[in-house]
Design a protein around this ligand. Sequence first.
Ligand code: FAD
Length: 323
Amino acid sequence: QYTDIAVIGAGLAGVSCARQLAAAGSQVTVFDKSKGMGGRMATRRGDGFSVDHGAQYFTAQQPDFHAEIHAWQAAGLCAPWQARLVQHRPTGPVDGYPEHRYVATPGMSSLCRALAAALPVQLNHRLTALQRQADGWQLSFADQPSWRARQVLLAAPAPQAAALLDAAPALRALAAGVEMEACWAVMLHAQAPLEIGFDAAWVEHGPLRWLARNSSKPGRSGAESWLLHATPAWSAAHIDAPADEVAGLLHAAFAELVDSAVDARNRSAHRWLYAQAAQPLDIGSAYQAELGLGLCGDWCLGTRVEDAWRSGRHLAGQLLAAS
Ligand code: FAD
């Protein structure tokens, strides 16, 4: 099968890039290894509850992303999250930093799904190799037929992109130079609402970095659910620990922090191997027109949803300017 431009990654960077190219008349197909859209803007649904276990919310640093958020809000794709947020210090909680925080509705993963609704998307397609051909690239996928494309844009976390770039040493070196830190996430489906005076906390001590009452986000239905993120250091130290053990340890740390028994109907853990760049680049995106190969993703600019959006659009702009 053939597509003019193959975008690898259906996270916000890939989807933003593909949308801009499609709007300019390009023929684009988006591929992702997962069975769902959104990448690290992820939502796990269980029996009667749902939890965002990757990105928690987004903010806008620059006016163009602010305008984009307002357009999403007008289309019903996101809403402000009025969380009671605290900084949890060793001495106890103090009020958190006031900011306009937004979440996609009804879950973080729904944003990319909605934004890509008019694009051809091939899920369950893990790209395993890229081979240069006279007129473009041959793309090999695990357990799927191969495709050909004139241009390939990788919108994956830096280490996953680097692994696919044997044919482009300069781009490979760029991506391979960006280390991404891991993050263990634990999802708790609470037995009963927790009577603590906040919905979310940045934690400044112990194994936890962040916790959130997911059910306090707008547009969520179902029972009370909580999300816990461990610090990068704790996550690295427990990188190969079994998920059950991690869920137990972080659940206990949460109960100790809020000084309350936290009864959970069920709990699960997810390991993000490549959560956020330790030291992101400041390049927008990378594109080699002579190879028909480009790179984008949050790590090209920062560590956040806004960076992913901006990087995807930056790459689309580079490609359109060169063609
Ligand atoms: P991704 O969303 O990672 O998308 C890349 C896609 O590429 C994935 O879907 C992946 O499956 C796919 N892929 C990779 N390799 C292949 C392959 N070989 N073949 C096919 N597909 C492939 N940001 C905020 O702004 N606020 C937050 O509160 C926040 N909290 C976070 C908490 C955690 C735990 C994590 C993990 C991230 C958080 N972030 C947060 C960061 C935010 O999630 C990212 O900046 C953003 O979602 C990255 O988008 P992306 O498109 O660059 O990459």
